[in-house]
Design a protein around this ligand. Structure first.
Ligand SMILES: [Zn+2]
Length: 115
């Protein structure tokens, strides 16, 4: 895992947000190097996971360069995540299987409230 997330190289519709941590990158970036916060999803090894763990269904993007000090990062509960671009809201939830995977890896998953 690197200390800084990749910054999206384009802002077209291939932009996707991780369903667990809301990190925003392009589809290709998720496929090539997975999610910097959720390496246990193994998106870089199992490319089908990119479709299951990320969504194009999100609103707003903020860039967070110092998550431990940013109030917006605290509000988004991403204070412990790597600096990068994050979605303000994701309107899809992880599947039950993937929520179980989070539990197995002892990572917190907070489902969106409006699903
Ligand atoms: Zn993630």
């Amino acid at each position: 895992m690197s200390n800084v997330a990749q910054i999206p190289t384009s802002f077209g519709h291939e932009l996707r947000a991780c369903l667990r941590c809301k990190l925003v990158k392009t589809y290709d970036q998720f496929r090539e190097s997975g999610c910097e916060n959720c390496s246990f999803f193994n998106m870089d090894k199992d490319h089908e996971m990119v479709g299951e763990c990320t969504t194009s269904n999100f609103t707003g993007v903020i860039s967070v360069m110092d998550p431990s000090r940013s109030w917006s990062a605290r509000w988004l509960r991403i204070a412990r995540f790597v600096p990068g671009c994050y979605a303000l809201a994701v309107s899809e939830a992880l599947s039950d299987d993937l929520q179980a995977l989070c539990e197995e890896n002892r990572v917190q998953y907070v489902p969106p409230k409006h699903v």
